[in-house]
Design a protein. Structure first.
Length: 223
């Protein structure tokens, strides 16, 4: 059971550049302060209040550098923990809500099921809750898969990330029918290239945050 390549360093370059800029400012400030102290007029020394203010500024910059390093370490630790947890799901049987999926390279899919043939209305929303795509269609009784190519109603390609789906089903008489979006299956792999780990369950992709339960795979699960 293979695990796809890890890609959890998004934003690292930007953080490093920001930290480098602060560090350069810190070094420059330290040089200026030292030079000022060395070259001050003994008969007219630096004002105590001004010197205190400069020391406070000096300390603030130093604390900001340490804070940035600490926050970056925390982010990396959280990413590693999430990745390790996701990999631990491989070989396990999970039950997950199928309302969320990850759009990766212009591909996203949702599994759902209806107990009888139905006309469905599909609404796809982004992580902020904005409607980006709608579609109507018909499905037969049983399980179905809705595939989306990432193109919104406005004809524009949407960015990779987490999207949610709402499906309304109606029978031939126009009455609402239940649409089940939960799914159960064995995790065979993990995709770590998106904004959060995605579990590969059969042909479906399940966001780790959508998992409702986890149990050891059994022969009955087709393991």
């Amino acid at each position: 059971m293979a695990v796809s390549s890890v890609g959890t360093t998004t934003g690292t370059s930007a953080n490093a550049a920001s930290r480098q800029t602060i560090a350069d400012n810190f070094d420059t400030f330290l040089t200026l302060l030292t030079t000022q102290l060395k070259n001050q007029n003994p008969l007219d020394p630096l004002d105590t209040n001004q010197f205190t203010q400069q020391l406070v500024q000096f300390t603030s910059v130093e604390q900001q550098l340490k804070t940035n390093d600490f926050l970056e370490a925390m982010m990396l630790a959280n990413q590693n923990v999430g990745s390790s947890q996701a990999v631990g799901y491989i070989g396990k049987t999970v039950t997950a809500s199928g309302a969320k999926s990850e759009l990766v390279a212009g591909k996203a899919s949702w599994n759902f099921a209806v107990q009888e043939p139905a006309d469905i209305s599909v609404t796809v929303k982004d992580a902020s809750g904005n409607v980006v795509f709608t579609k109507q269609g018909s499905v037969g009784q049983g399980e179905s898969v809705f595939n989306w190519d990432g193109i919104g109603d406005d004809g524009k390609k949407k960015p990779d990330g987490s999207y949610s789906i709402t499906i309304e089903g109606r029978d031939e008489e126009g009455k609402l029918v239940d649409v089940l979006t939960e799914m159960t299956g064995e995790v065979t792999g993990v995709d770590l290239t998106g904004s959060e780990p995605v579990l590969l369950v059969g042909n479906a992709r399940v966001n780790m945050s959508s998992v409702l339960s986890v149990r050891a795979a059994t022969a009955d699960d087709g393991a």
